[in-house]
Design a protein around this ligand. Structure first.
Ligand code: NAD
Length: 479
């Protein structure tokens, strides 16, 4: 089945003569969907419709808003198979991974709705003047634009939609031009459950994204994607001074310092590195290992990577799907050849794979690069594919220096049974999320975000989201 969608504006799907296509990365000759590109006038219309819808929505008591959103989440759960199929066909991940993504999106959304109900950020403060009551209130910010990437086509939009609407805003989603089907299905499921105009879906790439984020009627921009685009969004929002929350790239490390059970540790690391074909922002991309353990770690990871079944995500036997689009495959291939030039040894993988029945599919063998130099690109730059770079170190000081030497600061894992070493990792690791003795997969009710080049502004999920989705007001209640 092929997806065909216009733009969802004010509750109506709007077509235009200008369209673009998506393809199935497992079989790129197969067109997956056709989508209408909005006109500039439609961007204005969407912002206006969002403002209209938000004026009424913000007046509803939060329990009513959250009850409507809970019904929306119920509808997503009821349509799990339809959504999972859309994710797998355009993004490439396995159906098991797609179903897991949807389950997690629903769990996170429900958590954020509970969170809205706590009235996060509102409080009473002692007053200086007698008889006066001081309060800090938070109000909905207004019209939120959400720009999302292609790796989690349901979870990333929902990570923005649930808090945006829960806190009383309207939201316009511009999904990735590679994977728009899931956002369109979310838009369809909102019909009749949420007021028209509250959740709108526009298509397109950088041009439409830029028109939205710089629009004078927009009050907040929540973005997940690459560092380069994040910087362009910060520059664009200089024109409307919209608040921004950016979740950006990573070069996440697993540090293997010592491990009672090295096999269990390597299972965790391989899983955290390779699931979703390494196209998770929180994927482990470099393994920093104490010199004495390097050979064992390289062999153990190479065995695990070499045993993974790569194929079409729709095939039940597949463990790893293709890379999502051609330019990303080219990027991964050129990162691996540069690593070779810079002295890394390919312990396993390092090449494209042909899969029967999927001619031309963007498959890349799970790859372990051993002997990666700490100053080389494979040790420092985001690859965003099924590639693990192994870098050895001598002392804990070296490990922590290497860990913090990259521009990114999203997540990290540390494997050790030494309490002092763990304490130093927890204190000194420059990332937003830190895991001890397990991989980098986050819980659905913990703050999610990064520092340094991995994030700007409030985290998604948890208390700091209120700081982005609402504005703060100091109220002095006199007699
Ligand atoms: P990308 O930055 O190329 O695109 C992301 C989105 O931004 C797309 O919807 C795109 O159309 C839009 N866009 C592009 N230029 C724009 C502009 N000038 N103005 C407004 N919007 C614009 O990223 P991608 O390739 O889709 O995703 C991969 C990247 O996302 C990786 O770097 C990955 O690490 C990062 N990522 C981060 C997180 C996180 O939570 N930190 C999660 C997932 C992905």
């Amino acid at each position: 089945m092929k997806f065909t969608y216009g733009n969802l504006i004010g509750g109506v799907w709007r077509d235009t003569p200008s369209t673009f296509h998506t393809m199935n990365p497992a079989r790129p000759s197969q067109c997956a969907g056709t989508y209408a590109l909005p006109t500039t006038g439609m961007v204005d219309e969407a912002v206006e419709a969002a403002a209209d819808a938000q004026r009424a929505w913000r007046k509803l008591p939060a329990p009513e808003r959250c009850a409507a959103l809970a019904r929306f989440v119920d509808a997503i759960e009821a349509n799990r198979e339809r959504l999972a199929h859309a994710v797998t066909v355009e993004q490439g991940k396995t159906l098991v991974e797609s179903r897991g993504e949807i389950a997690k999106a629903c769990a996170e959304s429900r958590f954020m709705l509970q969170h809205v109900m706590t009235g996060e950020g509102t409080r009473h403060v002692p007053a200086l003047r007698a008889g006066v009551r001081n309060m800090v209130l938070r109000r909905p910010r207004g019209v939120i634009v959400a720009i999302t990437p292609w790796n989690f086509p349901v979870m990333t939009p929902m990570r923005k939609i649930a808090p945006a609407l829960g806190f009383g805003n309207a939201v316009i989603i511009k999904a990735s031009e590679f994977t728009p089907a899931a956002a369109c299905i979310l838009g369809e499921l909102a019909a009749g459950v949420l007021p028209d105009g509250l959740l709108q879906v526009l298509h397109g790439g950088p041009d439409i994204g830029n028109a939205l984020v710089s629009h004078p009627g927009v009050h907040g921009v929540t973005f997940t994607g690459s560092v380069g685009t994040g910087k362009r969004i910060v520059a664009a929002t200089a024109s409307n001074l919209a608040e921004v929350s950016l979740e950006l790239g990573g070069k996440n490390a697993a540090v293997i310092h010592d491990a009672d059970d090295l096999d269990a540790c390597l299972d965790q690391v391989a899983n955290a590195a390779l699931m979703c074909t390494g196209q998770r922002c929180t994927a482990v991309s470099r393994v920093l290992v104490r010199r004495e353990l390097r050979a064992q770690v390289a062999q153990g990871l190479a065995e695990r990577a070499g045993n993974m079944r790569v194929g079409n995500g729709l095939d039940a036997a597949t463990q790893l799907g293709p890379i999502t689009h051609r330019a990303q495959l080219d990027h991964v291939m050129s990162a691996v050849s540069k690593a070779r030039e810079e002295g890394a040894r390919v312990a396993v993988g390092g090449r494209r794979l042909e899969i029967e029945g999927c001619e031309g599919g963007y498959f890349f063998a799970p790859t372990v690069l051993d002997g990666v130099r700490p100053d080389s690109a494979a040790a420092r730059e985001e690859i965003f594919g099924p590639v693990i770079s192994i870098v050895e170190y001598e002392s804990l000081d070296d490990a922590l220096n290497l860990l913090n030497s990259v521009e990114y600061g999203l997540t990290a894992a540390f494997f050790s049974n030494d309490a002092k070493a763990i304490a130093r990792f927890v204190e000194e690791c420059e990332t937003g999320m830190l895991h001890v003795n397990h991989g980098t997969v986050p819980d659905s009710h913990m703050p999610f975000g990064g520092i340094k080049a991995s994030g700007v502004g409030a985290y998604s999920v948890g208390p700091s989201a209120a700081a982005f989705y609402t504005t703060e007001h100091a109220v002095y209640l006199g007699k």
